[in-house]
Design a protein around this ligand. Structure first.
Ligand code: TXA
Ligand code: MG
Length: 363
């Protein structure tokens, strides 16, 4: 694997020059991991079946889980979607409003795509990432790029180049280090149905944002906040975003959250049946940590700025879950966020999946 650092460089011409070799590798069938505004992606030429298959092998990803295709310019849509069908007018509105950005639209797949990109699905997920490194790499490669998150299947998505190297170091040809990803959770996946738009995976573009651009109702898929419902996005049915430690989430009034977390810890200490010692870790707003005097060891406690807690949690969640695993945590206690507001929906959706549904609403 060759690792190339381009962190801090934003100028397109300079980036394209620096990315010439990895872009060529990508075009010719190589695997290139690269940063996007959401998480790091594991990229392959979406038009070459052999290249796309390598993604599934590297990640140990189930074959029936379709990939998102990334483009740098509108005209690349030609290579990706079925042009004999008119583009849905709401799709056009959404592209204009949110591309480049963290919105994946499911559109009729074109015949040129490698079949493994959308196994058994007539639709393909497409997005234009809003990250200078991703855009320059795709533009320089000159081909659409199929890219799932660059983690081993089932692990938390990578938000730094080191996370990618830890999971997939031996499997990729190039790793482009563009620094930490600004958003930290994956894109919104949206399906346009006849009477509504359905969010299959909440992400950086929120329900309110989508509803402000199109007239039809914007609904969540049934499994977004409920582990018992069957998912519509194949990828959401697998154990997901999960560290080795167990994740537990509480949301509600601060006093009630504090009380519930302490009761949980006490119960574990008193439980004679359990012979393993619990090693807890905590993620909570800084004012909560101060107010209730939480003092776990530094490597197992994250006090995030309270004034933008949802955004901070999105930005740091996956990195913290990985760091707590390295610190030997057995149980991660998380102060949740309001899922009806902004990026809170994406964060709580990932916490539902990571905790296998252990989310409690208290007082
Ligand atoms: O932010 C992101 O979307 C990142 C970056 C790298 O762009 N990519 C990403 O890809 O998260 P991945 O493969 O980890 O997640 C894609 C999700 C999966 O849940 C998959 O099942 C769903 O999107 N998906 C993709 N194509 C689909 C399709 N044709 N129909 C239904 N769901 C689809
Ligand atoms: Mg993923």
């Amino acid at each position: 694997m060759q690792r190339l650092t381009v962190e801090g460089i934003r100028q397109e011409a300079q980036l394209r020059e620096m990315l010439r070799e990895p872009a060529q590798s990508l075009r010719r069938g190589g695997l290139v991991a690269f940063p996007t505004e959401t998480v790091y992606g594991l990229g392959a030429n979406a038009l070459v079946e052999e290249a796309v298959r390598r993604i599934f092998e590297a990640k140990e990803r189930p074959r029936d889980n379709p990939l998102i295709v990334h483009i740098a310019q509108d005209d690349q849509l030609r290579d990706v979607i079925d042009e004999s069908q008119p583009l849905h007018e709401d799709a056009v509105r959404l592209m204009r409003a949110f591309w480049p950005g963290p919105l994946t639209l499911l559109l009729p797949a074109g015949a040129r795509l490698a079949p493994s990109v959308h196994p058994g699905q007539p639709l393909v997920g497409v997005r234009m990432p809003d990250h200078p490194v991703a855009r320059a790499l795709i533009a320089e490669a000159g081909v659409p790029v199929a890219a799932p998150s660059a983690n081993r299947s089932g692990r938390p998505s990578p938000t730094t180049a080191d996370d990618v190297e830890a999971d997939l170091g031996g499997q990729v040809d190039w790793l482009i280090d563009g620094g930490p990803c600004p958003i930290g959770v994956e894109s919104t996946v949206l399906l346009l149905e006849p009477d509504c738009a359905r969010i299959l995976r909440p992400g950086g573009v929120t329900q309110e944002m989508i509803a402000s651009v199109i007239d039809r109702p914007v609904l969540y898929a049934a499994d977004a906040f409920d582990v018992s419902s069957a998912p519509l996005a194949p990828g959401m049915k697998y154990r997901h975003y999960a560290p080795n430690a167990s994740v537990h989430v509480w949301w509600g009034a601060p006093e009630a959250i504090d009380e519930a977390m302490r009761a949980f810890l006490l119960e574990a200490v008193q439980d004679d049946e359990v012979d393993e010692v619990m090693v807890p870790a905590l993620i909570a707003p800084d004012d909560f940590v101060r107010r209730f005097g939480w003092a776990l060891s530094d490597e197992r406690q994250a006090a995030l700025p309270a004034d933008a807690y949802a955004e901070e949690l999105a930005h740091h969640l996956y990195r913290l879950l990985r760091a707590f695993d390295r610190a030997g945590a057995t149980d991660v206690l998380v102060h949740g966020v309001d899922p009806t507001h902004g990026v809170g929906a994406a964060v709580m959706n990932r916490l539902y999946k990571a905790s296998a549904g252990r989310v409690r609403w208290v007082g």
